[in-house]
Design a protein. Structure first.
Length: 311
């Protein structure tokens, strides 16, 4: 019988100082993962994961590579210590999509690391050129918030606010030019949002302000070898499976300026018969979202299951 398991990989924001240290101390093959990452990137990413400082680990330039490395280390542990069959699907939230591609055999670990490092650099550069902001809106329907974003946006694309992450029912993230985001925050509060939280970022991820980063990433993606995926990846942009190199290249570039359709992604996998989701990476953000999207489905958090969590 075909496996009805899906592996989920978290994105930026899941990083924390100390992540991966217990796994590093417990398994020789995990040490190999971190040592390989240090060699590929040319600096001690492992020390940054284990000991910080927080400011450097949180920097977009470093956070993405750190999360990918820890997630791949946990994947090795999960695969070595369970009878889990091949997953039916893999999916990653935003940057986590790169981890999913490595897990599915479409990208090598080295190319995945270099790509997310370059992605982080390009995003940071785009954020400095066109600063923006993001906010999480709790307790509002998608339709109401989409209408607010249209109303709050300025006359040009670079003055707009858009939905960046459809994370879970009643939990949506908006992103864009700072004044437009502020207008949307005010309107959301006036129109009944239960809570609105401004995020501590200056980079408007998954918005038109990332256009220059997407252009730069296109060049980087074209320069690496991408193989057909062994396992279908549920794409952030479409919430549908992709496997071919051409589909993957298009997805990675489009993803930077498009919303993450996480609700639809989880729902699609559930509709295809997935009964168990396994979150593989630091923290438990996707575990929490999955419980809100498809509470009837089983969810396993690899970090907490193995006692690796530091927080």
């Amino acid at each position: 019988m075909e496996s009805r398991i899906a592996f989920l990989f978290p994105g930026q924001g899941s990083q924390y100082v100390g992540m991966g240290l217990k796994a590093y101390q417990s398994y020789p093959f995990v040490r190999e993962v971190f040592e390989a990452a240090d060699d590929i990137l040319g600096f001690k990413l492992s020390s940054l994961c284990f000991y910080g400082p927080t400011e450097s680990l949180t920097d977009t330039l470093n956070a993405q590579a750190a999360i990918l490395t820890v997630s791949m280390a946990y994947l090795r542990v999960h695969q070595s210590s369970t009878e889990t069959a091949q997953p039916a699907f893999v999916a990653g939230h935003s940057m986590g999509e790169y981890t999913a591609l490595v897990a599915a055999g479409a990208l090598s670990f080295a190319d995945g690391l270099r790509l997310v490092r370059e992605r982080g650099r390009l995003m940071k550069e785009a954020g400095e050129r066109n600063p923006g902001s993001m906010a999480a809106v709790i307790g509002m329907t998608v339709e109401a918030l989409e209408a607010i974003c249209r109303e709050a946006s300025g006359p040009t694309e670079m003055q707009s606010v858009r939905i960046a992450n459809y994370n879970a029912p009643g939990q949506i993230v908006i992103s864009g030019e700072e004044q437009a985001v502020n207008r949307a925050i005010s309107l959301a509060k006036e129109r009944g949002a239960r809570r609105v939280v401004s995020l501590a970022v200056s980079i408007a991820s998954h918005s038109p302000l990332m256009r220059s980063a997407a252009d730069g990433l296109h060049t980087a993606v074209d320069a690496v070898t991408i193989k057909p995926a062994h396992v279908p990846i549920i794409a952030n942009v479409t919430a549908r499976p992709i496997t071919t190199p051409d589909e993957i290249r298009q997805e990675l570039v489009a993803q930077l300026t498009s919303p993450v359709r996480w609700i639809e992604s989880v729902q699609y996998m559930a509709q295809q018969g997935v009964s168990t989701f396994v979150e593989i990476g630091p923290k438990d953000v996707l575990t929490g979202l999955q419980k809100r999207i498809a509470p009837e489905m089983a969810v396993i958090n690899a970090e907490s299951e193995k006692g690796f969590a530091q927080v």
